[in-house]
Design a binder for this molecule. Sequence first.
Ligand code: TRP
Length: 442
Amino acid sequence: MATRGAWGSNTGFILAAVGGAVGLGNLWGFAYSASQGGGAAFVVLYFGFVLFVGVPVLTAELVIGRHTKRSPIAALAAVGGDRMKWLGVFFVLVGFGILSFYSVIMGWTGRLLVDFVRGAVPEDTAAHFGAISEGIGAIVAHFVGMIITILIIVRGVQRGIERVSVVLMPTLFFLIASLAVWAATLSGSGPGYAFYLQPELSELFEARTITGAAGQAFFSLSLGMGAMITYASYLPGRGSLPAKAGLIALSDTLVAFVGGLVTFPVIFHFGLQQEVSDSAIGALFIAVPRGLLSFGAAGQYVGIVFFSTLYIAALTSAISLLEVVSSAAIDSLGFSRSRAGWLGGAAIALAGIPGALSSDWVGFLFQLVGQACLVLGGLLLALIVGYVWKDSARAELLAGFDHPGLASAWIWLLRTVVPVMLAVTLYFSVVALGPVARALFD
Ligand code: TRP
């Protein structure tokens, strides 16, 4: 077997993992879900969920990855025997499915970026989005995104993923902070913040809000399909895994939160509340460009910054998804890295074509593989680590983290709170499949 890649530094690993986590889900899904789920009520629930469910599952993935030093299929076989290998196969398929629609959305983002750079965004942003989101143009933009992703993956863990993340992630932090400062100067910022940060307590107890926060957190933290197992499999040496999990979760949540500080002032400044509540996609790709156009040249610059930020976020996430598929092909089929990257990437590019022809298909796939399957994967993972593999998991955790009490608390969460929360969330995310499936047919 070829030698496995390894991260060059701890910072490199953290930035790559944060890059995988921070994506379209943070900058578009979080603000949208918050606006639907009672503003700050949602935000508070989300934080709680990240802390008590997200961090334990993320830690479990890091523990499995570092312990086995294998991609998900081989890693789960090592943890739970040969039968468990099928869960790894499921993970890889979920990663394949997510990237097939994610890359389409990334393509829309890239197309709007190019249009802003050329100053070619027309007045009627809704018609424009209709034209660029489905058809040949969308397929081309999706392919371009996949090719960029493949070119980075085939360069390897350290020379590809790490090098790109170390440059792009600080850039992204800078850009999003700049956008938040700009948004604060808008006249609608006050009401925007108020809506974002005043809890609508009645919403706090709605099952929809609770499970919405849970599903959103899972997608945003890239949990439930082995992405973090894969990245942790390249971790050399020891070190505290809970500290890494905490840092990754904190960064991801911070970016999502700051993303809301950009989005809500913009929405209120331009009076786009109605449009946003009509559709999540509409918020990002129709309402924001419309608002920016009314600003003239300054709006064009902000548009360039805004869509560059989104593209960077999407690209580093796409990288983490393709790495799951490629590393599985390398470990389980004996492919070379370049063969795995090109073949896996090409298959995903082809599988993404239906999404580039129908945005209803994108919505359906998001709900199926981006929500229900992830929550199911996380649930199974928690049960395996909490009940079957707990002694080795504990030992691996305690290497580099000398807090036996916290290790016990972690295992306890994986056995109780985490599975219960995820089972309820799974139920609601399966129920939510109905409407999106119906949308495919009318
Ligand atoms: N977390 C990313 C986002 O918020 C998307 C993503 C990348 C992802 N890799 C993943 C989601 C793995 C689930 C699993 O946009």
